[in-house]
Ligand binder design. Structure first.
Ligand SMILES: *[C@@H]1O[C@H](CO)[C@@H](O)[C@H](O)[C@H]1NC(C)=O
Ligand SMILES: *[C@@H]1O[C@H](CO)[C@@H](O)[C@H](O)[C@H]1NC(C)=O
Ligand SMILES: *[C@@H]1O[C@H](CO)[C@@H](O)[C@H](O)[C@H]1NC(C)=O
Ligand SMILES: *[C@@H]1O[C@H](CO)[C@@H](O)[C@H](O)[C@H]1NC(C)=O
Ligand SMILES: *[C@@H]1O[C@H](CO)[C@@H](O)[C@H](O)[C@H]1NC(C)=O
Ligand SMILES: *[C@@H]1O[C@H](CO)[C@@H](O)[C@H](O)[C@H]1NC(C)=O
Ligand SMILES: *[C@@H]1O[C@H](CO)[C@@H](O)[C@H](O)[C@H]1NC(C)=O
Ligand SMILES: *[C@@H]1O[C@H](CO)[C@@H](O)[C@H](O)[C@H]1NC(C)=O
Length: 481
């Protein structure tokens, strides 16, 4: 058969099947950040998988492992614990009634320090097979510190003790100017036979100025912070009636220990950059601690980008004199929520110029702090359009998706799943608004039956457009449409 007659046949008889699917592949989900179990309590290790209509419990395999050590297995519709490691004996369970909803989470009872480490969730169903590994941390809170005073004729010694936490804490002492004086303090951290840490921190004062020391113990895995402020007032005039002992120079130590177990004034902003959808509103979260002594009229909230003011609030109301014109009539605070520590900013009708670093500044009677975080603005790519061009010698398929943000990644896969992107011409252009358009052209000269998959990803939005193109060529066909 001549080339020309063959291509004529393509034109007339080739059958093109275009599956317009818009779904992701079989992908299980596990925690992105290591979950933290509290020592001795149970923890749920999350793992979920996609289920479809064709799903069948009897053909589902769920296995939890640590390396080669089996923690829990499930297949033939029931738990299979023959190969379970003794370390996990009678401590594991799955949520059987939830498996049909794609829940492969493992419940682990009575956690111990040996449970920390990497866990692998393996799931296999009729729809696919995948495993993913993540880390579990086990941690124990440090208890309220105990205080032992030792007063000698020449000095006052204060020992703070907190026993049985995990992991190793950071310990700091600050003086009344907020400077770190940790190096002047003797701190011993020891490990007991169970692997738990104990802190012994001794403050020794030889000279008697009125002064304040602050003990700060942090357990980073649990976000625990123990802060103990110790105010030492030195009263030269007192009699030796009250507390604790008279020093040699006939002066008396008065020790006030507010037994506070609270964090310092610490505002919270998003840890991961929030993503606004272009043209829609977004809430930039910022919250601050409020106490009983809190007063709205003495609260200042300011949102800025560098020196540019976005929104200010003080004397109990919005103050927009210095607001940047870029944000005119687009910002608001949740006034009724401010008393609950909500300083979040609502920004209307977002545009690409809104992306960047935002600073939330809050000052109240309890403290002052500012924190900066990044806002991303993104736009979904629309469903791609397809233009076919059939010439005597080739078939050309152009896929077009216009008006997304940020720049996407574009990939073409062949029927073996190999990347054939380099054989394809893809143009990505930016329009006057800053939005991206994708033009991707697949040209086929030879006629095997084959499958190409177009994959466009917008990472900020987690958007994935997947278009599978099956090309079937029917050589036996006649010259009929
Ligand atoms: C599985 O179900 C349990 C119990 O309802 C729940 O606590 C857990 O979060 C679920 N896990 C997932 C991944 O949905
Ligand atoms: C602290 O004092 C208590 C009694 O008040 C005592 O039982 C304990 O052993 C002391 N702790 C240390 C570390 O010296
Ligand atoms: C702390 O360590 C020092 C030196 O290692 C030791 O002399 C002291 O007794 C220890 N103190 C406590 C409270 O364990
Ligand atoms: C220390 O505090 C006491 C009582 O609070 C006060 O009477 C005294 O004047 C203070 N001394 C100094 C040196 O500030
Ligand atoms: C503040 O209040 C708004 C409206 O109720 C809410 O959407 C937002 O999440 C709150 N922000 C914080 C940090 O609580
Ligand atoms: C695709 O075809 C349509 C008409 O079917 C046309 O309007 C459009 O301009 C074509 N797109 C490109 C990029 O050639
Ligand atoms: C893509 O870019 C090439 C070279 O820059 C150009 O020749 C072609 O016309 C472009 N195609 C589209 C669809 O914009
Ligand atoms: C291509 O597909 C058609 C119909 O699906 C089939 O009849 C033909 O045998 C296939 N050709 C090859 C080379 O696989």
């Amino acid at each position: 058969m001549s080339w020309k007659s063959w291509t004529t046949q393509i034109f007339l008889v080739c059958h093109l099947f275009l599956k317009t699917c818009f779904t992701a592949e079989f992908e299980i989900s596990v925690p992105r950040e290591p979950p933290v179990a509290i020592l001795g309590q149970h923890v749920i290790l999350d793992c979920s998988f996609p289920v479809g209509k064709a799903w069948d419990l009897d053909r589902t395999v769920i296995t939890w492992q640590r390396g080669l050590e089996v923690i829990h297995s499930f297949y033939y519709g029931q738990d299979q614990l023959d190969r379970q490691s003794p370390h996990y004996d009678k401590r594991t369970s799955l949520y059987h009634s939830e498996i049909e909803r794609g829940n492969a989470s493992l419940r682990l009872e009575r956690t111990n320090l040996g449970d920390s480490g990497d866990y692998t969730c393996f799931v296999s169903t009729m729809l696919g097979t995948q495993k993913k590994t993540f880390q579990l941390k086990v941690a124990a809170f440090y208890p309220e510190p105990r205080q032992n005073f030792t007063v000698s004729p020449s000095s006052l010694e204060l020992l703070l003790t907190s026993q049985g936490g995990y992991p190793q804490p950071s310990v700091q002492w600050l003086d009344d100017r907020g400077d770190d004086v940790t190096s002047d303090i003797v701190t011993n951290i020891s490990v007991d036979t169970l692997g738990l840490y104990s802190v012994f921190s001794t403050l020794t004062i030889q000279k008697p100025p009125n002064t304040t020391f602050t003990f700060v113990l942090k357990n980073k895995d649990l976000g625990q912070e123990i802060r103990r402020e110790i105010n030492l007032h030195f009263d030269k005039t007192g009699s030796d009636a009250v507390l604790p002992v008279v020093l040699q120079d006939r002066c008396r130590w008065l020790v006030f220990l507010p037994t506070c177990f609270t964090a310092e004034f610490e505002i919270s902003v998003p840890r991961e950059p929030p993503v606004a959808i272009l043209g829609q509103h977004v809430i930039l979260d910022c919250s601050f601690p409020v106490g009983k002594a809190w007063d709205l009229d003495r609260t200042v909230i300011t949102w800025q980008r560098g020196l540019e003011v976005i929104h200010s609030f003080y004397y109990g109301r919005d103050q927009l004199d210095r607001q940047s014109p870029h944000y005119d009539k687009r910002t608001s605070l949740y006034h009724s929520e401010i008393e609950r520590g909500n300083a979040s900013l609502r920004l209307e009708r977002t545009n690409l110029g809104d992306s960047g670093d935002y600073t939330c500044f809050v000052s109240t009677m309890l403290g002052t702090q500012k924190k900066t975080f990044q806002l991303k603005v993104a736009a979904f790519y629309p469903e791609p359009r397809q233009n076919f061009t059939v010439s005597p010698s080739s078939l050309e398929l152009l896929l077009t998706s216009q008006g997304g943000y940020p720049q996407p990644s574009v990939q073409w896969l062949d029927d073996r799943g190999d990347d054939v992107t380099s054989d394809i011409v893809t143009n990505i252009s930016v329009d006057t608004l800053g939005l991206y358009s994708v033009f991707s052209t697949l040209t086929i000269q030879k006629p095997p039956n084959t499958t190409f998959t177009f994959v466009l990803k917008n990472k900020d939005l987690g958007q994935e457009i997947r278009r599978e193109i099956n090309l079937h060529f029917d050589k036996t066909g006649k010259n009929e449409p």
